[in-house]
Design a protein. Structure first.
Lengths: 258, 480
């Protein structure tokens, strides 16, 4: 067998058109959605956040993968880039949506909670997905062909995997001891709350507890790569949870100032 | 002492011919005054005022030219300027004029005086009646009705007692039917209650308490039968207790979320408001500020604090006992200054010094991009050539990052050729820090081309140098 030895050569820190980003730039944590339905960029790093101006308004649901975001307005589903610029738009039914990304960011899913219909973002265009006749609490793509969703059955949560092409359920797994709100993570696993704070359950079943004084009533959302937005539903205050392995932490986001 | 009595002859005919008529007015009712008028009785040392009105009851204008009073114990206390023209009275106050006569007996005796209004002559008489004499304990000076008794300034929440004496200097017993204290901030009488009978030569005492509840002026009334005395006192706000500024963490570091609280030296007795202001003095040359240094709620660098009675900690908006803030990513000193109740002199001040530090990594990731022919999204054939991209998120609170060093390792942990790859990024960092508004935080993307089998590259070490030192990551596994 012929062996090819590797030799590395530094290219540069200069701008790369292919990556469409500068070699040195302000670090971006992601995008948050505030109580007024405005989506704002969050720059900086853990414990050192800067909240930018509104990149979009009239948004009812949003999520950001780290390199692109999905925004749901009253009547449209949009894709935005890192600068908040709209890349694609498609009509969408009214009401909120659950939005999720795969680890390699393709596909991304939008689940319209009122119609229970799916839209799949393949990286270039939206494709209509099947109707999933389940009242999903969280969704996630598992692969190019499978998705997952979490539903409430009695007192328990169940994770269902389904075919992205047909919506057919292919497996069901109970999540004993887990209560809503919870959020499926890109790449598997999920986050939920317990009495001490936030818990990250990894794909292998191991858990990481992140101490936090969580608000009584909250919602989770993905605000960046490895970053979860926590919204206090009573006060609209926003918090951030870093769920990246080895960097877990709970932070207060600066108040959105007009 | 025998009071003088003035007698005048032929009083009746003059008043009948005059155009003017004199009335006595008690505040509610008025009575036409004849040639003799009794003003009533007053205690020695007290004063009894009678209001008189002069009205033109004729059909043509009249002029008041004479207003005279003669007699011990009587005096004018309010007279108009003369001459005073009076139009015929039509029911309007503008066609009448008022003056007051005060009766101030100095003894228990009968008093009289002669009052002349133009040609109208009236004999006034009054009685100096036996009554208890009110004095402040320690003083022999009788207090006249209407006298002001000032308790002086007193801290709110504390009390002050004044002792009063009621004495009977006469030869027959006197009684006090009413003894009362009214008005917010005053309490009494303490030690005595009406009715009180005072034998000749005897003295009884009682107390009145002043207990201000706030830093304002208070006024009340002490009533002894018909006589009233004005009670006054000035409440003083006690000072706010001493305050200090305490940080959740006293360690001054960049890229931290900390919190600040303001404990008080003791429970506050009073209310207060204040402002906690955050300022930043950068120690990085050419850098004046870091916008990430801010309170995490409310205005960026100014917080309102309130103190209520009983509080042992000043409270921030929303009833929080502490307030979170960020330390930013720039070396320097963050100073917190507390001012209270509009006083420009700081009530407390504390600083966090953020020392210059080596570059701090928040994250470092590396991915391998395969070269060669791609079929259906997967590399086909041998993985020859490709690219390794390294992404770093870090902060440099000195803004002096310069040298980068990358070392790549194979599966066995051996360093790959060409060994440590050093990059002088000084100008890149300076250009970035000169343009950024996000402090010393940065995201760096370094790209490497690979000649040969890119899959042999397993991990990398990254080192970044700044003016403080060198920071090196541990092995970072390279992902796909």
């Amino acid at each position: 067998m012929k062996r090819y030895f590797a030799l590395l050569t530094f290219v540069s820190l200069a701008a790369s058109a292919a990556w469409a980003q500068r070699a040195l730039a302000p670090p971006q944590v992601g995008f948050i959605q505030d109580s007024r339905g405005e989506v704002r960029a969050v720059n900086g790093l853990a414990g050192n956040f800067l909240v930018g101006g509104a990149a979009a308004s009239g948004i009812v649901s949003s999520a950001y993968s780290g390199s692109f975001g999905l925004l749901k307005s009253a009547s449209a589903l949009m894709v935005i880039d890192q600068q908040g610029r709209t890349l694609a738009t498609v009509d969408a039914p009214s009401g909120p949506a659950l939005l999720a990304f795969s680890p390699d960011e393709s596909p991304a899913l939008a689940y319209f909670q009122q119609s229970k219909a799916l839209r799949v973002w393949g990286g270039r265009a939206f494709q209509p997905g099947p109707n999933v006749d389940q009242a999903a609490l969280s969704i996630a793509p598992l692969s190019r062909t499978l998705g997952a969703l979490v539903v409430q059955r009695g007192d328990d949560l169940w994770e269902l995997s389904f075919e992205l092409s047909t919506g057919a359920i292919v497996s069901q797994t109970a999540l004993p001891g887990i209560t809503s709100p919870m959020l499926l993570l890109a790449g598997g696993g999920f986050v939920y709350r317990d009495a001490q704070g936030v818990v990250v359950r990894h794909v292998d079943g191991s858990e990481k507890h992140i101490a936090a004084h969580l608000p009584a009533s909250l919602a989770f959302g993905q605000m960046g790569n490895g970053w979860i937005q926590v919204t206090d539903l009573a006060t609209s205050r926003l918090f951030a949870v870093n769920v990246q392995p080895g960097h877990e932490g709970y932070y207060i986001l600066p108040e959105v100032r007009q | 002492m025998i009071a003088r009595v003035l007698l005048f002859a032929a009083l009746g005919p003059l008043s009948a011919l005059a155009q003017l008529q004199v009335y006595a007015f008690d505040g509610t009712n008025e009575t036409a005054v004849g040639s003799l008028f009794n003003v009533g009785a007053a205690s020695p040392g007290d004063s009894l005022t009678t209001r008189f009105r002069v009205r033109n009851i004729g059909t043509g204008p009249a002029t008041l030219t004479t207003l005279a009073l003669a007699g011990s114990g009587f005096s004018f206390s309010n007279v108009p300027s003369l001459p005073y023209i009076l139009a015929p009275y039509t029911g309007s106050a503008v066609s009448e004029v008022e003056f007051d006569v005060a009766f101030s007996p100095t003894d228990v005796a009968s008093y009289s005086a002669f009052l002349q209004v133009n040609t109208i002559q009236i004999i006034l008489d009054g009685n100096g009646a036996q009554a208890a004499v009110l004095t402040l304990a320690g003083s022999n000076i009788p207090l006249a009705a209407g006298a002001i008794i000032d308790f002086g300034p007193l801290a709110s929440g504390t009390t002050k007692l004044l002792t009063f004496n009621l004495s009977n200097p006469g030869s027959v017993a006197v009684s006090v039917g009413t003894l009362s204290v009214t008005g917010t901030g005053f309490k009494g009488p303490i030690g005595r209650s009406a009715p009180i009978s005072i034998a000749p030569g005897q003295t009884v005492s009682f107390q009145v308490e002043f207990l201000p509840t706030s830093g304002q002026a208070f006024q009340g009334t002490l009533a002894v039968d018909q006589r009233t005395f004005v009670l006054t006192g000035q409440g003083l706000s006690p000072p706010l207790p001493g305050a200090s500024i305490v940080f959740g963490s006293s360690v001054g570091q960049s890229v931290q979320q900390n919190n600040v609280s303001i404990p008080l030296a003791s429970a506050s007795q009073v209310s207060g408001t204040g402002t906690l202001t955050m300022t930043f003095q950068s120690s990085v040359q050419g850098v004046s500020d870091d916008p990430a240094i801010q309170f995490l709620s409310g205005p960026l660098r100014q917080a309102t604090v309130t103190i209520s009675p009983g509080d042992t900690t000043a409270m921030f908006d929303g009833g929080q006992s502490d307030l979170a803030f960020q330390t930013g990513a720039t070396a320097g000193t963050i100073t917190f200054t507390l001012t209270l109740n509009g006083n420009s002199t700081p009530a407390a001040q504390a600083s966090l010094t953020i020392g210059p530090a080596p570059v701090s990594f928040a994250s470092a990731t590396s991915i391998r991009l395969l070269g060669g022919v791609i079929v259906n999204g997967e590399p086909a054939g041998v993985p020859v050539g490709g690219e390794v991209d390294i992404s770093i998120v870090a902060s440099d609170n000195t803004y002096s990052a310069s040298q980068l060093a990358f070392t790549f390792f194979d599966q066995s942990g051996a360093t790959m050729q060409p060994g440590v790859i050093r990059v002088d990024a000084t100008s890149d960092f300076q250009a970035y820090f000169n343009s950024t508004t996000t402090g010393g935080a940065f995201a760096l993307l370094a790209k490497f081309t690979v000649t040969g089998d890119v899959t042999q590259i397993i991990s990398t070490d990254i080192a970044i140098t700044n003016s403080v030192g060198v920071t090196t990551t541990q092995h970072i596994l390279i992902g796909n």
